[in-house]
Design a protein around this ligand. Sequence first.
Ligand SMILES: Cc1cc2nc3c(=O)[nH]c(=O)nc-3n(C[C@H](O)[C@H](O)[C@H](O)COP(=O)(O)OP(=O)(O)OC[C@H]3O[C@@H](n4cnc5c(N)ncnc54)[C@H](O)[C@@H]3O)c2cc1C
Length: 389
Amino acid sequence: MDYEIIIAGGGMVGAALACLLGQVGKQVAVLEAAVPPAFSVDDPFDNRVSALSRASQRLLEQAGAWDNVLKMRASPYEAMQVWDATGSGMIRFEAAEIGEPDLGHIVENRVLQLALLTTLKRYPSVEVLCPARLSGFELSQQQIQVHLTDGSCLSAQLLVGADGAQSVVRSLAELPYEVSDYAQKAVVCTVYTALPHLETAWQRFQTTGPVAFLPLPDPYACSIVWTLPADQADAALLWDEVRFQRELGQALDFRLGEIISIGERAAFPLRGLHVQSYVCERVALLGDAAHTIHPLAGQGVNLGFKDAQALAELIVANESIDYGSLKLLRRYERARRGDNLLTQKAMEGFSLLFGNTLAPWQLLRNQGLTTVNHLSRLKYQLAKRAMGL
Ligand SMILES: Cc1cc2nc3c(=O)[nH]c(=O)nc-3n(C[C@H](O)[C@H](O)[C@H](O)COP(=O)(O)OP(=O)(O)OC[C@H]3O[C@@H](n4cnc5c(N)ncnc54)[C@H](O)[C@@H]3O)c2cc1C
């Protein structure tokens, strides 16, 4: 056999799993289809970022990659304020209230992926093949043979599909999944505002969807995620800059003043996906390949990192077992399915609750936000849960 484990997809989740396995000397191949562009501190901020929880930070520390993230750039945020556009309901979380230095970090996805891929160079048992695209696989009794688009073939005990929401591994393995089309798109871009963000993540819920301003290392720069019905998001991409800045400023109720300038805009269709089974003989899915969720609380990659940690821990704890055995892989699925499903359904619930235009629901959510804001113990628990602690 060429390797013990082949990971298809060297994105954030696949590369994190490779680091955890490389640390303990597992023979791993990472297949990554796209070469990530190199990073320079002078580069403008990317429009794809992730809000990383404390649990994810700890996993990246454990994987040896967090220092590499900090060497490029990351933005700790000390507070988060969420409010409803239809009333006076508001909740504010502060790191100091729960005895933490910050609530998490905003990190560009490219920075995170590059930090992990750089870390992998320290682990000689891990080979990163990039660009390399998986195109097929076949099972034999003792191993799985993985085919690449360049015609080459590799073998291992286990193939991990960390190849994202359009997972090829998932479709080749014929693992069925359920999909909910949210009929929304998330518009993303970098913006500069008249007022400083104060290291705070700002999120305002409108009935069309939430708009979030996530603080970047420059005190006047934020990365925005603006959820809109799909047709309105498409229209927003076509507005001239002046109109986009005005409408976006209004969407946040000008909490950070006027929008001074914007970067390149992009929109991503939002849909929830969950595989019915995360595993089959010699194959396991993790990250977006197994589940995608609504980004309103920024939990997607945080869940993917927990998947990577659970699978790595099982592999390390079961040295003498065939890693492709269904018995072992089912334990991984059992460890992760409940948390992923609960988070996915909670996000769908919030999206429905805050999208409801009926007066009783508006009253309920506004009173709910205000009440929880005053219940310090419950608020403390919510903050700890969001941080993955
Ligand atoms: C607008 C928006 C905002 C978000 N904000 C947050 C946030 O704040 N916090 C958060 O936690 N999550 C957030 N998410 C979710 C997060 O982006 C995803 O959960 C995360 O990108 C999943 O990582 P992944 O590594 O599983 O998949 P991906 O990031 O999709 O990586 C998959 C990798 O596999 C490679 N690949 C694909 N096919 C093949 C193949 N056949 N062979 C080899 N390689 C292949 C790809 O090139 C890619 O590098 C957000 C999502 C959206 C849409």
